[in-house]
Design a protein around this ligand. Structure first.
Ligand SMILES: *Cc1c(COP(=O)(O)O)cnc(C)c1O
Length: 843
């Protein structure tokens, strides 16, 4: 199995070669523009200038990446592989310029072309290889790992088409394919020499080796090639550049050859298409299970390619002894999506390297760690045994074997309790037998973590209760975080400059220092500067909303924002009911104490999610009626921003006054949007859910607008839930329902919102919209009161930013490293000592 060690000829001056001299940046840009890209007229397209600049920056990243890989080898570092079906990276240029500290050089080089970085940045497409929070978390984690100088490699899929582009037609969501690679992706480098073969189909044979041991052999499979594309991940000003390795599927050569030789040219090409389909498109479902064969192919494709990559490197460096493998490698599974890696590592060790089952299991369960992201039952992945047996016959055998041995343990722990075995089995019986992927992940891992304190507690007490009883020490919490580089330093230069004037600029590296801002919260001249920065940021959003929605926002009004995937549990519906309530008050002339607001909503609905799409249509219709009513315009303006993505959020969160985090308690595992808003000085109106709880604890109850039922009350409320009664009792809600039911927002589209109305009125509404309405409205009144006192509001805003230190993903990643991965930071002393730290925020 071991590869021949390649003869290497090192070009003198290049292997040892210093990191590229920054004084050549201007020349490199010119060279790439004129020669690599073959352009001569600057004016013809900023796109080529963007590409030339990206290549110029990439040269510098590649140099540092080579040095980083050398260090990992020299220091014999233990390494983490972060496996994720999603990496929602957004744009790379601005982030790389910031992290490499090249802002001055770049802007001076661009002067020659009569342009500036902000203009060039707009030519870059978002790398939208994710749905929402889970994918964006993976991207923030990569930034933090590199900034903390931790040896971590990301493994993902190079989807040809990322998250769909959303546009609006008459208030309805239209999905368009995201052909993000059309104009080329200048950041990646392909490495076809490291391609892997991935097996699908076929069947399993037995054979006996010379020692008389029996082995299984996966044969007659239809193999697909996994070709790696490497994207450099720069740390913040520490010369570390890690790698995100994205796999693309391709047909194998000999596969085509046999078909061609048989004379079936078209069939051969069709087979090629089939192979390439695997990485063609990202599944656009957030928090919902899918069950499609192609999705399972994607999951196994990523898992197998990545495991093989690590194992091949191991065998190259250490030979075929795996005794120490677990001392050097950890696989962190981002949700159950790549959890098939547990069985794949077993297959490689047992089949390819002929390890005994027990030895292989020891190694596997010391290297796998699993992060759970949701409690929603509809998101828990299950795959039918029959699909597995067709697609991955050998993997199915391994899952059965893991299960048999696990159930023997269960029988020991709970003697005679057959129900327990049925409950905990990796195979769900009754109807079509299904494999419970979360159970496979738990059984195969030494660490299982939730993503916020409440979420982890709910996992231990509910969904994974029996597993917690079996292995209490596996379970731990790692509250999510976001990178302060992208989500404050880069996206909010105005506020960043102000902050750095006051407390120095070290907060970008060591975000715990942001708490020094506290000292200035009651400094009136600082407050004025803080407000001025907000106005500048609001103007940027005003321009975006005008351009995309045609709605006029006004910087003098409160910016009330909810942007995230559209989902019933996130309760955009509750928000829009409040908007209707405000409109109702305006119509009734009840404007006493009403603070003028601009309400912005945005987010994509999964293409097959009927209710989510209805909610988008409702938001748009309500916005339309309100924006056309001259009576309302001085009090209330509403817009739905199409195509919410990372780049849009970089404009939105700096401009937001009020962050809407209103999920039904117990449903939002953590949330990370809430953290981006807080860092940028927004105040939160929210339920006690996910990380909202920790945000409120950090900033203090006085600086947070709390409302709604708590997680522990939900079951009781549901048992006697009577929305009709609640509507009858609350005249505000009754008025809102009356406007909805009278067709005020769908005059020419009768019955359009009947399903939405019925959902609110249903005694079985799982999201308890009607229940939380009253306390939501009353919390919103508190918001108005607070906002009316601008000095007071500004104090709270400063305190929110100042208390956001623990929501840096540097803190999260330090905890992953300390408690789960046990990594040693790479030496940066020979290059730069300024590596991100989170010492002060470690709990
Ligand atoms: C941060 C982010 C999310 C996650 O938002 P939540 O409010 O936590 O659901 C989703 N999409 C994008 C583009 C983001 O930047």
């Amino acid at each position: 199995m071991a590869k021949q060690v390649e003869q290497v000829c090192v070009v003198k001056g290049w292997q040892e070669g210093p990191v590229i001299d920054e004084s050549t940046l201007k020349d490199d840009l010119t060279r790439h523009f004129y020669y690599t890209l073959g352009r001569d007229k600057v004016g013809e397209s900023q796109l080529y200038l963007y590409h030339a600049l990206a290549l110029t920056i990439r040269d510098r990243l590649v140099a540092r990446c080579r040095e980083t890989n050398k260090k990992i080898k020299q220091q014999k570092s233990r390494k983490t592989s972060y496996l994720s079906l999603e990496f929602l990276m957004g744009r790379a240029l601005g982030n790389a310029v910031l992290n490499l500290d090249l802002e001055d050089q770049v802007s001076s080089a661009l002067q020659e072309y009569c342009t500036k970085i902000e203009t060039i940045e707009d030519a870059e497409h978002d790398a939208g290889l994710g749905n929402g929070g889970l994918g964006r978390l993976a991207a923030c984690f990569l930034d933090s790992c590199a900034s903390l100088a931790l040896p971590v490699i990301g493994y993902g899929i190079r989807y040809e088409y990322g998250m769909f582009n959303q546009s609006m037609s008459d208030g309805n969501q239209i999905e368009q394919p995201d052909n993000w690679l059309r104009e080329g992706h200048p950041w990646e480098l392909s490495a076809p020499e490291h391609s892997k073969r991935i097996k699908f189909g076929g069947y399993v044979n037995s054979y006996t080796d010379k020692q008389g041991r029996e082995h299984r052999q996966w044969v007659s499979s239809h193999d697909v090639l996994a070709v790696p594309y490497d994207v450099p991940i720069p740390g913040y000003k520490n010369n570390i550049v890690n790698t995100l390795r994205l796999w693309k599927s391709e047909a194998t050569d000999e596969f085509n050859l046999t078909e061609f030789n048989a004379g079936s040219y078209s069939e051969a090409v069709a087979q090629k298409n089939l192979a390439e389909q695997i990485t063609m498109v990202l599944y656009p479902n957030d928090s919902s299970e899918n069950g499609k064969e192609l999705r399972l192919r994607q999951q196994y494709f990523l898992s197998s390619a990545s495991i093989q990559d690590i194992v091949d490197q191991w065998v190259n460096d250490h030979g075929e002894s795996f005794t120490d493998f677990a001392d050097y490698h950890v696989f962190q599974l981002n949700d159950t999506h790549p959890s098939i890696a547990v069985a794949e590592l077993m297959r490689v060790l047992v089949d390819d390297y002929e390890l005994d089952w027990d030895d292989a299991w020891q190694i596997t369960t010391k290297t796998m760690a699993y992060t759970n992201h949701t409690l929603l039952p509809e998101a828990l992945e299950k795959w039918s045994v029959s699909l597995f047996s067709k697609l991955l016959p050998r993997i199915l055998e391994i899952v059965f074997e893991i299960n048999a041995r696990f159930l023997a343990d269960v029988a020991q722990h709970w003697p005679g309790d057959v129900d327990k075995q049925r409950e905990l089995s990796l195979i769900e019986e009754g109807g079509e037998p299904q494999i419970r992927m979360a159970y496979l992940a738990i059984v195969g891992s030494y660490s299982v973590n939730g993503v916020a304190a409440l979420h982890t507690e709910l996992l231990k007490a509910g969904l994974f209760k029996e597993f917690y009883a079996l292995w209490p020490n596996k379970f731990n919490n790692k509250t999510n975080g976001v990178t302060p580089r992208r989500w404050l330093a880069h996206c909010n230069p105005t506020l960043s400059e102000l902050i750095s004037e006051k407390i120095g600029s070290d907060w970008v590296r060591d975000f715990a220092q942001i708490n020094q801002l506290r000292r200035f919260y009651d400094d009136t001249s600082f407050q004025t500067q803080w407000q001025d920065a907000k106005v500048i940021n609001k103007q940027r959003l005003v321009d975006l909303v005008k351009e995309r929605c045609g709605v006029e926002f006004d910087v003098s009004m409160m910016f009330d924002v909810q942007v995230k995937r559209i989902h019933e549990y996130k309760r955009q519906l509750l928000n829009i009911l409040h908007v209707i309530h405000l409109y109702d008050r305006i119509r009734r002339g009840d404007t006493q104490g009403l603070v003028p607001r601009c309400v912005l909503l945005g987010g994509k609905a999964a293409p097959g999610y009927y209710m989510a799409k209805k909610i988008i249509k409702l938001i748009n219709n309500v916005a339309d009626v309100i924006n056309k009513d001259p009576l309302a315009s001085s009090y209330l303006r509403v817009a739905f921003l199409p195509n919410y993505n990372v780049t849009a959020m970089e404009v939105i969160c700096p401009a937001t006054d009020l962050s809407e985090q209103v999920s039904t308690a117990g449903k939002e595992a953590s949330g990370t949007g809430n953290m981006k808003f807080m860092m940028n000085g927004a105040l939160t109106i929210g339920t006690l859910d996910g990380a909202n709880i920790e945000i409120r604890d950090a900033v203090g109850a006085d600086n947070f607008f709390l409302f709604g039922a708590e997680a522990h009350q939900i079951d009781d409320i549901k048992s006697r839930y009577n929305p009709a009664h609640l509507i009858e009792q609350n005249s505000d809600l009754a008025n809102v329902m009356h406007l909805l039911e009278s067709g005020h927002f769908n005059l020419f589209e009768p019955c359009l919102f009947d399903d939405v109305i019925n959902a609110i009125k249903s005694p079985h509404d799982p999201w308890l919209v009607a229940h939380d309405f009253e306390s939501y409205v009353s919390a919103q009144k508190q918001v108005d009161k607070a906002y009316a006192d601008q000095a007071y509001w500004t104090q709270m805003s400063i305190l929110n930013t100042a208390a956001s230190g623990i929501f840096s993903s540097d803190r999260t990643i330090s905890q992953y490293s300390d408690d789960i991965w046990h990594l040693t930071p790479l030496n940066t002393s020979d290059t730069d000592s300024t590596t991100a730290t989170s010492k002060a925020t470690k709990s």
